[in-house]
Ligand binder design. Structure first.
Ligand code: FES
Length: 266
């Protein structure tokens, strides 16, 4: 993320032009003041924090990824006028409010254990060994309150302490690794790294193998799709576009028994 000068000052015409092209508001659109890292900007009402910052002249070179609330790159902390609470949110999802004071935390430094995953056993002791701080949790639940994905973070940690890796993995499935939980933890736990290890152990060593996945992988190994891939690789870009546009798409609300017309690759 890099910031330009205040729009009102207009001391970088080139950047100003880029900003206008990106997010020109409707003429009638109401403007609201926001403070980014202490500096005041007027931005269109209804913009997300991310769009508001871009409108203000910031260019994201970090702190922005999917723009859809799933990559966890755009953690933001803010305060509202007359309110002592510290709020958090994803800049790409949170709508800017008048007079909010904000800054982004695109990366949160947190202890991340070094391990050779292949050598790890699917046992809670492995997590305890790598992250002994898990027992520093005082169950204050700040991590849960701060999570923009509504993950029950404290319950994830409680499950790990009880040795229930499967439960920890399931409860933390929606974690997007933004790191905000660690930012508020009075026990200094890196919850998101700990939960990620639980998910890795569960997915790799504990969850039952899916037969259909094994079958599909074996079909790939046996070369079932080689001919089709060769044909695709031999096609020109325009033909590929047509093929893509005319592809059969599974209908919404398709039943479990839905099958494509071309069954050769099932
Ligand atoms: S940019 Fe990916 S979550 Fe906001």
């Amino acid at each position: 993320m890099s910031g330009s000068a205040d729009r009102d000052k207009g001391d970088n015409p080139a950047e100003e032009t880029t900003v206008e092209e990106k997010a020109a508001p409707e003429v009638s659109q109401k403007m609201i003041p926001v403070y980014v890292m202490g500096r005041r900007y007027e931005v269109p009402e209804g913009f997300t924090i991310m769009k508001a910052m871009e409108y203000a002249g910031y260019k994201f070179i970090r702190g922005c990824g999917c723009r859809g609330g799933i990559c966890g790159a755009c953690s933001t902390v803010y305060r509202k006028p007359g309110d002592y609470h510290l709020y958090v949110g994803l800049a790409c999802q949170t709508v800017a409010e008048p007079d909010m004071y904000l800054t982004q935390i695109p990366f949160y430094p947190a202890n991340r254990a070094n391990y050779n995953f292949e050598e790890l056993k699917p046992a809670p002791e492995e997590i305890f060994k790598l992250y002994p701080e898990v027992f520093r949790c005082v169950a204050c639940n700040s991590c849960t309150k701060v999570c923009p994905m509504d993950v029950q973070v404290m319950d994830v940690i409680a499950a790990i302490k009880k040795g229930d890796i499967a439960k920890a993995a399931t409860l933390s499935f929606d974690c997007i690794q933004c790191g905000l939980c660690a930012s508020r933890c009075m026990g200094d736990l890196p919850q998101y790294h700990i939960a990620q290890l639980a998910r890795r152990l569960y997915g790799s060593r504990i969850a039952p193998r899916a037969d259909h996945l094994e079958e599909a992988a074996e079909a790939v190994r046996q070369g079932k799709y080689n001919k089709m891939l060769q044909e695709l690789m031999g096609m020109g870009i325009e033909d590929l576009k047509i093929l893509y546009q005319e592809r059969e798409i599974e209908p919404e609300m398709a039943g479990e028994d839905w099958q494509p017309a071309e069954k050769g690759y099932l």
